[in-house]
Ligand binder design. Structure first.
Ligand SMILES: O=C(CO)[C@@H](O)[C@H](O)COP(=O)(O)O
Length: 234
């Protein structure tokens, strides 16, 4: 993907998380990556800039280690999480961080979103995982980079597939979601908030946390993503 097109898509994606109510104030950020050139380049939201006034030239371009290549504004304060996820999950092309209400509530409760319905199963093949809380050492050493590290650790140690589970809850913080592109990452962040709200209400109504029978979840996930889709545990 050429950078000018990626810039436009990352700008639109950042405006979309605001328009969809997923990012009150500036509590959220979207990035995209262009892996087509010799050096992968990340395009990310500038820190603290109002989505409504954001322009393509405000976006910041960095390399995969977060070194700024282009841009006069400060990159999002979550840059190191985004770049670590691009290094750890080579399949992804876009990352979204939001503070959407219900997904953030599950993250603050340090509880995974249970696998309760087919709406969930269409997009997330399994409970939406929650990370371990960062240790004091991880917070003090590098909070943002270690936020990415605990996400990567949760998927690696859990044998989880970031394609079949395109999002996570960072314990005590809020959700991150990803996809093949910035706009697909926004779709996943939007669905994550919707299934978080549904699960919250279902649990209040007494839904068994045992959740959906595996065969129903698998049927719906494969129906949406095709018989060759990767899903579930690796
Ligand atoms: O999680 C946080 C703060 O808790 C951040 O996501 C900010 O809410 C957004 O920061 P910028 O992207 O504007 O730097």
């Amino acid at each position: 993907m050429l950078l000018p097109t990626l810039r436009e898509e990352v700008l639109k994606a950042n405006q979309e998380i605001a328009r969809r109510g997923l990012a009150p104030h500036t509590f959220g950020n979207v990035s995209g990556i262009d892996r087509s050139g010799q050096e992968p380049l990340v395009v990310i939201k500038p820190s603290g800039v109002d989505y409504a006034t954001m322009k393509p030239e405000d976006l910041v371009i960095t390399d995969l280690d977060g070194r700024i290549k282009e841009g006069s504004l400060r990159p999002s304060s979550d840059l190191d999480t985004h770049t670590l996820l691009y290094r750890e999950f080579p399949q992804i092309g876009g990352v979204v961080h939001t503070h959407s209400e219900f997904a953030t509530a599950w993250a603050q409760a340090c509880r995974p979103i249970p696998f309760l319905g087919t709406t969930h199963a269409d997009y997330f093949h399994g409970p939406v995982p929650v990370t371990d809380p960062l240790t004091e050492a991880e917070v003090n050493e590098a909070y943002v980079r270690n936020t990415g590290a605990v996400i990567a650790r949760r998927f690696k140690e859990g044998g989880l597939d970031p394609v079949a589970l395109p999002g996570v809850l960072v314990a005590g913080h809020a959700p991150f979601a990803w996809g093949k592109s910035p706009m697909e990452a926004v779709e996943h962040a939007d669905v994550l908030e919707y299934i978080a709200r549904l699960a919250f209400r279902s649990v209040l109504l007494g839904a068994a946390e045992a959740g959906l029978p595996a065969y129903v979840g698998q049927h719906h996930y494969l129906r949406k993503h095709g018989p060759k889709a990767t899903y579930g545990q690796k």
